[in-house]
Each structure stands twice: as C-alpha cells, then as structure tokens.
Design a protein around this ligand. Structure first.
Ligand code: BGC
Length: 731
C-alpha cells in the first residue's frame, strides 16, 4: 500500500535519498519543524510531563514527527491513522525505552554484561525488538552505552559497566540485536545509542550532574562504545542531559557535528534527551527556549524530545536567520530517511499487526532465552567449602528475605508491568519449589527491603534453625537504581544486613543472594557468609534461573563488568587506573604513597572476577616471540585446565600494559577475552593474537597511535588474578 501520492517517479525506482528529497520539496517550514518534534504519549511517562492541549489535533496538523511511550498495536494504529489525515501523510515514529526486554524482561543490561556472552546479549536485544515491534514500536531508546565507574550513579544498571573494550563489543551486539536483519524488516526496531556523551561520568555519581574531563579521556574511555554502536549501524543517537566541559551535550556542536556526523560520518538522526533542549536554560547556557532551540538545532540535535523548544521557536529562528534553512533541511532529511528505511511510507501500519502482536505476546521461546541469559548473568562471589551447589535431595531448606516471593522487584528499573505478572514472573520460591519438589521448604519474610523493623527476625531465625541450609535473598527495590536514582550510600537498604547477621548467628550454612541494579557495599556479608551469588535483577525468569544455579543445573560463569568498592569513599574505583608517581608496594604500604590509611586501594571484588563451582588453573603464558614490529602478530597462549569436579565455563581475559608512553598508560587494559567450556579434568589452549593496532591510544593531541616500547601481557580469570609475560614492540 503506498500512501504518498506526490512521487514523480514510481516509488520503487527511486533511491531513498531521492524519495526524501521529493517529500522535503513539498513541505512547508512548519511541517519540517513538525518532523523535528517529539511528544510523550499517554501510556507511561519517563520524565516530567507537560500538559498542553490536544496532541491529536497537532498530529493532524503535521506538528509531530514522533511520539514516545505509545505502545500496543491498537494505540499506535489510532495515532498513525490521525497522522494519515495530515496534509502530507508523513507517518509517525513510535519510540519506547525497551532497555532489557519488553514483554519478556531480561536481566538488567549491567547483569547481562556480566555474562560476557555477546551472542546471548545480542539475542536478548533481538527478542526485545521482536516483542516491541510486534506491539507497534519502531524505535528503542537503547542501547545505553555510557561507561560508568561510579556505582552511586543509578543509571549504572543500564550500561555494560566500567570497561571500554567490553562496553564497545556489547554496544555493537545490542545494536545488531535490536536492528536484526536491518531496518525495513518488521521485527527490527531502530536502535538509539545514548547518552551522547560522557553522561556516565557525572560528578559524584549524581544523576544529571556535570562532566568535566580531558578530551583525551573522552576519546579513550567514553567515546569508543558510541563509535562501535555507530559502526554497527545504530539508526539514531540520543544526546544527554549533562554538560561536557561546560557545554551541554544537547547544544554541543563538537560532539554532534564534528565527532558524530563529521568524523564518524553518522547518517542517522540525533534525538535530544527528555526536555534536554529546554534544560539548557537551567544549565545557564542559554537565556530562554528561543536560544535553546537555536543552540540545539545548530549543534546538530535533530529532534526535540518533549521540550517544545523547536515547535515554538524554530520558525522564528529561521525567519530571523539564526538557524539556517539548511540546518532544518538536513535534520528533516535524516528523520525522513529513517522513516523510509523502516518502510513506513510504504505502509504506516506495518507494525500494527494484531496477529503478530498476539503471537509474540506469549512466545515460549522468549521465556527459554530469558532463563538462559539470566543464568549466565549471575556472578558467584564466594563459595567457601563448596557450600554450593545445594544437593537436590536436601531435606529442609529455609528461604528467607524480602525477595523470596517477590515478583516485580525481579524486573528492575526500565521494565514494564503486565496484568499477568503475578503468574508470569517466576519468584525464587517457585523456582526452588520446582527444582527440589521433595524438599521441605520453610519461608520467612524477615523484613521488607527498606524496613527498619526487626519484627520478622525471630521467625526467620526459627526457620533457619529447623533447616539444613538457608538461602537469604536480599537487595534493592526495583526503583532504587535507575534514572534519577543516585544514592550516596550503597549499602543494603533497611535492616537486611542485620537480618543476615541474625540468621547467620544460628550457625546454619547460609547462602546470600543479592538482587540489585548496581554494585553494593556489603562487607560484613562478604567477610562472614560462606556463599554469595550476585543476581542483579534477572527479569521474568529470575526464580528459575537462580534455582538452576543454586542446585547446580547450571554452573555459574558470570564475571563482574564493574569493580565492587569496599566503601563509597573509594569511588570511583576501577581496574584500569594509572600507576601514579607513588604507587603503594602492597596493601600495607602507607609510607607517603598513593593509598588510603584506612583501607586497601583494591576493590572488594575486582573487574572480571567471578567464581565457578569448579576451579580453573592457568599455565604460564607462551608468546610466539619476545619482540614484534608494527606488522607482526604476537600470539599469546595459555592452557587452561578445569581442575575441579564440575564441567564449567571460564572467561579467559587478556590484558596489556604499556610500560612507558608519551602519556601515561593504565596498569592494565582489557584487550580480549574468550569464553571456553571445559569438562572436569579437561584442558584447552587458548590463543590470542595481538598486533600494534591493539596497542593504540590517544596522545594529548588526540592522535590515535601506538608507540614502540616495552609491554606486559596478562592472561587470567579476573583483572586481579593473572599470569604475566613481557614483550617489546619495535618500529
Ligand atoms: C532518559 C532517556 C530516555 C528518555 C525517554 C530520559 O529521561 O534519560 O534515557 O530514553 O527519558 O524515556
């Protein structure tokens, strides 16, 4: 069905650019500005709402190019039908935050990152796209690819953690997953790499806060995941709330024009963050919405989400010559191009298929995949005396804590509630019940997540005393980590840690499960409880996946994608720091060195760390040669042996250190990893190739170069547990 009637040539014969041009020619200035305007629908709100009249009549007038938070086939169809009554019948784009699933909720992105499993991560995004597209959604505001080294920042949950290399691979995997076989397929949604840029470096971990960093740091640490997303074909970018070195990202021409659309040749469009155009007034960057619209449009923000700055000011700005018509045309072309690529001009209702929506609503394959990736996302932090896995013939098991029977708290922030959640989401209780049907299960709530009352402790202790093993499930409520959810202290909320102490005092073997959106600080538990599994927020299949791990049907393989601090005072703590001029010799060295007097420099749990039920030993590293030149390849080999009793998966990590550089280099940098599966007793030799290109970095003049010199190479199962070797790069 072809809705457009203005084509001079038959539509199919024209290239998309020609089609875009032919539409553009027909558009009035107001219609063009309409395309650059995006409003929230009334399904949900993910920011401060502006109520300003009848959106439907504005759609009819062509004053809107896109809406967010409108979902469901019926709903999107109704609004699209209204768009089809506008003069040029330009279809609307419907955007939605499909961050870790839509109908089926997958683990939070930080949790998925702990899987280090790019295929699984891509698959999770693929399924999210299939479900969302079936419900009329064209565009997800994901992936969030902000590097984050500060767990106080609530949005740490949305990204892939602290490492640029891992984060870049995951960014690309997510884009591929969302966009599937390419825009134009009805199961592909447009991806949106956000928040451009450096949003994750907000001062003090406070959301929306300023970011001040060197351009070198920006290019080396924060931009690569965005570049990876662009290279993977991300259709859109979202700019961000923060200022970067004094210029709000939304009005930042360097970021959007020079880097993104210039250096990277990005052909998609940039949407502002919610209200971020208008927020430049609060930043103190512009005086009013008129100036805000001017700054944002000229800087390369193509679409205004919810500020109304464009719709109210751009026409005047163009007439007064403050924003050139070419700027408007370029933005509109970028937007129209995506609408064509999505096939919406051919059929604006192609995402409005009720049958498909019904089919994907309860697609059983999606549930299976959700369980798989949830299993892979968990990180076994401690397992003294091989307390885990629990024997399935255990007689009495006590399940204690606010998460045991929780449902929606398993979903975490940026997830959707559905009417059948109580039956669809699998609680820990249900997961354990089906895993060990013969076991006697005792339950005690203990306390609420945020409770200050200890009234439930006695019941919890009584249950523990009668049991053979105690599982305590604690954590953060679903709304404690996410947007605008920064916390200055990141301990377990309420009296949950006290509950654990009370239960542990019974002397019964205790396993603690921690559900959270960020690294928490839980030193007492880490030091005193024999077994700890970090479960993040695992989504719809949480209970089944946790039971798979607890009872050994799945041997945990997750590795932390972010360092866990000992206290908030250490933040930011990350593995790839510099050595400083006064590095401490060891953790006891306090003699005028760069150290804390009251705690070690190292984190509680390092980047890349995670245990298995089995053990892996690493041979010494073998290099093919001690010296390579810029054209040669260094091969780095290690033999990994499963020395334990269980089959299991290990993530073998490769790091390098450039010992001397024209700018100082981190003590370690991740350069590669491989996931290998080893049967008990089995060995495998893992080979990594390194070339000079892997050793590049940004100079203070922002040249991306490698420098001849001495390097170290490390291989191991965590950033803090490695074997090392040395090599030299010569010209
Ligand atoms: C968030 C974005 C999100 C947008 C739309 C903003 O508040 O920062 O990440 O995509 O709202 O919901």
């Amino acid at each position: 069905m072809s809705i457009m009637t203005f084509s001079v040539l038959p539509a199919q014969k024209k290239s998309i650019d020609q089609k875009v041009d032919s539409v553009l020619k027909l558009m009035t200035l107001d219609e063009k500005i309409g395309q650059m305007n995006q409003y929230n629908g009334d399904w949900a709100a993910t920011g401060p709402i502006t109520k300003d009249g009848d959106k439907q009549s504005q759609i009819k007038k062509g004053m809107l190019g896109s809406m967010l938070n409108v979902t469901g086939v019926d709903h999107t169809r109704t609004l699209q039908e209204i768009a089809m009554q506008s003069r040029l019948k330009i279809p609307l784009l419907f955007g939605q935050d499909v961050i870790h699933g839509y109908r089926t909720t997958f683990p939070i992105p930080l949790g998925e990152a702990a899987s280090w499993d790019l295929k699984a991560i891509e698959q999770s995004a693929r399924i999210a796209a299939i479900e969302a597209a079936a419900a009329g959604v064209h565009w997800t505001f994901a992936p969030m690819v902000d590097i984050a080294r500060d767990p106080r920042w609530g949005r740490v949950m949305e990204g892939a953690g602290e490492d640029t290399y891992l984060g870049s691979l995951i960014a690309a995997a997510r884009v591929k997953g969302f966009q599937g076989k390419g825009l134009g397929n009805t199961d592909a949604v447009m991806a949106c790499a956000k928040h451009f840029a450096a949003y994750g470096a907000a001062v003090a971990g406070r959301d929306y806060n300023s970011v001040d960093m060197s351009l070198r740091q920006l290019w080396e640490t924060y931009l690569p995941p965005f570049k990876a997303a662009a290279d993977a074909g991300a259709a859109t970018f979202m700019n961000s709330f923060n200022d970067l070195n004094g210029i709000p990202a939304t009005g930042n021409a360097y970021l959007q024009r020079t880097v993104l659309k210039g250096n990277w040749n990005f052909k998609g469009f940039v949407v502002s963050d919610w209200g971020s155009v208008g927020e430049m007034i609060n930043h103190g960057f512009v005086k009013d919405n008129y100036e805000a619209a001017m700054a944002a449009a000229n800087a390369g923000s193509d679409m205004d989400m919810e500020s109304r700055s464009y719709i109210q000011n751009l026409s005047k700005l163009v007439k007064e010559g403050k924003v050139k018509m070419a700027v408007i045309d370029e933005a509109v072309k970028r937007i129209l191009r995506k609408k064509f690529e999505m096939g919406l001009f051919d059929d604006p209702y192609r995402f409005c298929n009720t049958e498909r929506e019904k089919k994907e609503w309860n697609n059983p394959e999606h549930i299976i995949a959700a369980r798989e990736i949830a299993k892979k996302s968990m990180v076994l932090l401690k397992n003294n005396h091989q307390l885990l896995p629990v024997n399935k013939s255990v007689q009495t098991i006590a399940l204690i804590g606010p998460f045991v029977k929780a449902k929606s708290d398993n979903l975490g922030f940026w997830s959707y509630d559905w009417p059948d959640d109580t039956t669809r989401i699998v609680s820990l209780w249900e997961g354990v019940r089906s895993k060990a049907p013969a076991a006697k299960m005792l339950y005690a709530y203990g306390c609420g997540i945020k409770d200050t009352s200890r009234a439930g402790f006695a019941e919890a202790v009584a249950a523990a005393i009668q049991s053979d093993i105690v599982i305590i499930s604690v954590g953060e409520a679903r709304d404690m980590t996410g947007e605008a959810k920064s916390r200055s202290t990141i301990q377990l909320p309420g009296v949950q840690e006290e509950l654990i102490k009370a239960v542990a005092a019974t002397g019964k073997p205790v396993v603690v499960l921690i559900s959270a959106g960020r690294p928490l600080v839980f030193n007492w538990i880490a030091d005193n409880v024999p077994a700890i599994v970090y479960t993040w927020w695992l989504g719809t299949q949480a209970g089944n996946a946790i039971a798979d791990v607890l009872f050994g049907d799945y041997n945990p393989s997750g590795k932390l994608p972010i360092s866990f601090p000992r206290t908030e005072g250490q933040i930011p703590v990350y593995y790839n720091h510099y050595n400083t001029g006064r590095p401490a010799k060891d953790e006891n060295d306090l003699n005028y060195v760069s150290a804390y007097t009251d705690l070690p420099n190292s984190p509680k749990f390092p980047f890349g760390y995670g245990l298995s039920y089995t053990q892996f030993s690493y041979s010494d590293i073998k290099l093919n040669k001690p010296t390579i030149n810029a054209k040669e390849t260094l091969t780095v080999q290690t033999t990994v042996t499963n020395t334990g009793k269980f089959d299991g998966e290990e993530t073998v990590q490769l790091y390098t250190r450039d010992l001397f550089g024209s700018v100082v280099r981190p003590v370690k940098e991740l350069k590669g990893f491989q996931k290998i599966y080893l049967k008990a007793g089995e060995s495998k030799t893992v080979t990594f190739d390194l070339t000079a290109d892997d050793l590049r970095f940004y100079t203070d003049q922002l040249q991306y170069i490698y420098e001849p010199g001495d390097f170290k190479v490390f291989v191991g199962g965590s950033s803090a547990d490695v074997k090392e070797a040395a090599f030299t790069l010569v010209k």
